[in-house]
Design a protein around this ligand. Structure first.
Ligand code: KG4
Ligand code: ZN
Length: 352
């Protein structure tokens, strides 16, 4: 079964063709990072306009790269929730129109589900054939770590999700982005922090002691960690807490930036790993742990969870292949197509 996956929930315009939920025939991602690096973050209206400009060429390229025409596409899958309202609208309206025009079944996919199913995609080039792919076993725990979410999900089987842990405030990716801003590193903050922490002049992860939040159960909290970095930077450079935070980075040496990046990254990874360990104790029947979402690209996190499944780094961020993969397993679980004339978007709805 060939599925065209379309993803526009945030600042990547992406489309891909995937066979049977695993084999990537094409995967086109146009990132708006260059635009938003200038502003230090995503501007929703600008993101929506950029999606509008490139969504059709991106879909055409996905079909061309896969070497298929519309006749061979069996279904269209699109992210309809959660995400930025205008961004979601462009992808879903495009998918609805194409589904009607080409008479294809249309499936609406939750963004976090897609991230989880990136772990079923065959990593590009690392296997000889799809049958060599090792896929996660159920029941499993999924650690979802993105710019908008930090959750632990329990999955008894395909397309079945229970939220067993969630953040009370910031998502971990958001925390990487905010700490990067404090340190004067560019947007997006996650890769910038990882680079500063482990670059040519690596930072000392033990230089600054940062607190682990005390949150009950499997829940998370990351806003305190961000504030702890801010206070530690203020202390280090010797300014009062009233000092404008956007001017702090000018007072830091490159070595201090590297040390703060490394210390923060180590603490964030430890917090995530502690909760994964606690979740494994609470759910002893679990066969696999999968990690999903943009922060799953992080090398330190990968090294800290050597037994867990991670998507290929190129599939950690937003892409269309994971949307097609999630859709395939929805179809296999008996999910029926949605109505292309009425499909709505849900910017804030939880996974279910
Ligand atoms: O999943 P994603 O691409 O978009 C959302 O669904 O939110 O995640 C984006 C987040 C950003 O916060 C970004 O800073 C973070 O993923 N990220 C990373 C790395 N690469 C991206 N965080 C830590 N280390 C990385 N290497
Ligand atoms: Zn995402």
């Amino acid at each position: 079964m060939l599925i065209l996956g379309i993803e526009t929930s945030c600042d990547e315009t992406a489309a891909a063709v995937v066979r049977d939920g695993q084999e990537i025939l094409s995967n086109v991602v146009v990132s708006q990072i260059d635009i938003f690096a200038e502003y230090g973050g995503v501007i929703p209206e600008v993101a929506a306009r950029s999606h509008l400009e490139v969504v059709l060429p991106v879909i055409d390229k996905a079909l061309a790269d896969a070497g298929v025409g519309w006749a061979e596409i069996d279904a269209i899958a699109v992210t309809h929730a959660p995400g930025l309202l205008g961004s979601l609208l462009i992808g879903t309206l495009t998918a609805r129109t194409l589904a009607i025009l080409h008479d294809k079944p249309l499936y609406a996919v939750h963004h976090l589900k897609s991230h989880v199913y990136a772990n079923w995609l065959c990593h590009d080039g690392s296997q000889n054939s799809v049958s060599d792919c090792h896929t996660p076993q159920f029941p499993l725990l999924a650690l979802v770590v993105s710019g908008g979410h930090t959750q632990i999900l329990y999955m008894p089987g395909h397309n079945s999700f229970q939220i067993v842990g969630t953040t009370h405030d910031d998502a971990v990716g958001e925390c990487f982005d905010k700490v990067a801003k404090i340190l004067g590193l560019p947007y997006p903050g996650g890769p910038a922090i990882a680079k500063a922490a482990g670059g040519e002049f690596p930072g000392d992860p033990r230089k600054y002691r940062l607190p682990h939040p005390k949150v009950a159960g499997l829940d998370f909290s990351f806003s305190g960690l961000k504030t702890a970095v801010l206070r530690a930077v203020q202390k280090e450079v010797g300014v009062p807490i009233s000092y404008p935070s956007h001017k702090l980075a000018e007072l830091l040496t490159p070595q201090q930036v590297a040390d703060f990046a490394a210390s923060f990254q180590k603490t964030a990874v430890e917090i995530l790993c502690e909760k994964v360990s606690a979740a494994l104790c609470e759910y002893p029947d679990v066969q696999s742990v999968v990690v999903a979402g943009g922060v799953s690209a992080n090398k330190a996190l990968r090294e800290a969870l050597p037994e867990a499944y991670f998507p290929a780094p190129s599939l950690s961020g937003d892409n269309g292949a994971m949307v097609a993969a999630a859709c395939y397993y929805e179809i296999m679980s008996g999910v029926k197509p949605t109505n292309p004339y009425t499909l709505n978007i849900y910017p804030r709805v939880a996974i279910s």
